[in-house]
Design a protein around this ligand. Structure first.
Ligand SMILES: NC(=O)C1=CN([C@@H]2O[C@H](COP(=O)(O)OP(=O)(O)OC[C@H]3O[C@@H](n4cnc5c(N)ncnc54)[C@H](OP(=O)(O)O)[C@@H]3O)[C@@H](O)[C@H]2O)C=CC1
Ligand SMILES: CC(=O)N[C@@H](CCC(=O)OP(=O)(O)O)C(=O)O
Length: 350
């Protein structure tokens, strides 16, 4: 079976990573590569690492260029993405990397994004536990024709916390997350705080005070895992001087006298069958570098007995598992293809 795929947002970081992964997918034929301000230009001039596709000429991101493919990946700013998605035919499988369709609550959307809610699509995080009995989100993606890819921060945060929340091992209203992202998380458009001279040799927090738009997304997913309990997360993102990667450190108050061995067992069991989520051996701490270019999430879970808190650390590549890898994985599941097709667990070193 050969699947024709179009990628909109092909000049961006997320779209470029989708294309890089698609070139290694055995069942895919890449059709339209679409952009916005760069339409008409040669892809190789803008994404020089995509050798196989270098001579492709970028089309515009119109419905005419995108419709007619089996699958369309949207890797556009939110808003633009929702607008195009609404015009694509119902039979086209649309995988949206933007935020437009991630949230169930129109109120939360309005509060954090300040625009009209476009609607809710199945959430593309297959390994995530979505209820206390341990159901995986994967089962909700099979056969779907619309999938909302998670934000890069919510991917690591939810995979790190969901097993403990679903098992009732931690207090769901006492969760603190601090995560450091590489600069590609912010996209390619010119932003003064992302200039090399600002970022190099520097680290800073932003979105401080519970205002980052990934907060409601993380609370939504952990709410599913908890079986509908109130979930409150204090989330603070930070910007790290590296191109790719997210290191998430989450801590939550333990609900009772849970032993370190029992928590470890809970996590080992939760991810035992998952190809892309690995609980590291005791004493080994996740590192972003080990995940670069792969669809791999490294996890560690440790009990801080003195503070009565569970500490979860997750590392991933924001562009791979945090966006494009998760997007391909979701496409594979939706279409009934092998889930790992086109994806790797191996990182790049050093
Ligand atoms: N970067 C990351 O780690 C992650 C990104 N995402 C989401 O993926 C999407 C893309 O992000 P990213 O690749 O980082 O962003 P970039 O800024 O790197 O790329 C944006 C892309 O969208 C196109 N574009 C810009 N404005 C419009 C418009 N009005 N209509 C149609 N196309 C437009 C650009 O085309 P052109 O260059 O031709 O103008 C470009 O191809 C965003 O919604 C982002 O939130 C999600 C998870 C992680
Ligand atoms: C480092 C950095 O700036 N990261 C981005 C998150 C990228 C992302 O996942 O954004 P969407 O939810 O819009 O898809 C941010 O904090 O806004």
């Amino acid at each position: 079976m050969t699947i024709s795929v179009a990628v909109s947002g092909a000049t961006g970081y997320a779209g470029g990573e989708v294309l890089r992964l698609l070139t290694a997918h055995p069942d895919v034929q890449i059709g339209a590569v679409a952009a916005h301000s760069k339409a008409g230009q040669r892809l190789g001039d803008l994404q020089p690492h995509l050798h196989e596709l270098a001579d492709r000429v970028l089309t515009d991101s119109s419905v005419e260029s995108l419709a007619g493919h089996d699958v369309v990946f949207l890797a556009l700013p939110h808003g633009a993405s929702g607008e195009i998605a609404a015009q694509l035919p119902a039979e086209t499988v649309v995988i949206d990397a933007a935020a437009d369709h991630r949230l169930e609550s129109a109120r939360a959307w309005q509060q954090f994004y300040g625009s009209e809610h476009a609607g809710t699509w199945p959430y593309g995080l297959p390994e995530m536990i979505v209820d206390p009995s341990g159901t995986r989100q994967r089962s909700r993606l099979e056969g779907q024709s619309r999938i909302a890819v998670p934000g890069c921060y919510p991917t690591g945060s939810q995979l790190a916390l969901a097993p403990a929340v679903a098992a009732g091992a931690v207090e769901p209203t006492d969760i603190v997350i601090v995560a450091a992202s590489g600069t590609s998380g912010a996209g390619k458009s010119l932003k003064p705080h992302l200039l090399g001279s600002e970022v190099m040799g520097n680290m800073t927090a932003y979105g401080v005070g519970g205002v980052h738009r990934h907060t409601p997304e993380i609370e939504q997913g952990l709410g599913w895992a908890s079986g509908g309990k109130q979930v409150t997360v204090s989330f603070t993102p930070t910007l790290a001087p590296m191109p790719r990667g997210i290191l998430t450190t989450a801590t939550a108050r333990l609900t009772g006298d849970v032993s370190a061995a029992a928590v470890r067992e809970l996590y080992l069991e939760a991810y035992a069958d998952e190809a892309f989520v690995h609980v590291l051996p005791e004493g080994q701490i996740p590192t972003t570098k080990a995940t670069v270019g792969s669809n791999h999430v490294q996890l560690q879970v440790v009990v801080d007995e003195r503070a009565g808190r569970l500490i979860m650390v997750a590392a991933l590549d924001n562009l791979t598992k945090g966006t494009a890898g998760g997007a391909l994985q979701s496409m594979n599941i939706a279409l009934g293809l092998p889930e790992q097709a086109g994806l790797t667990q191996q990182g790049v070193a050093p």
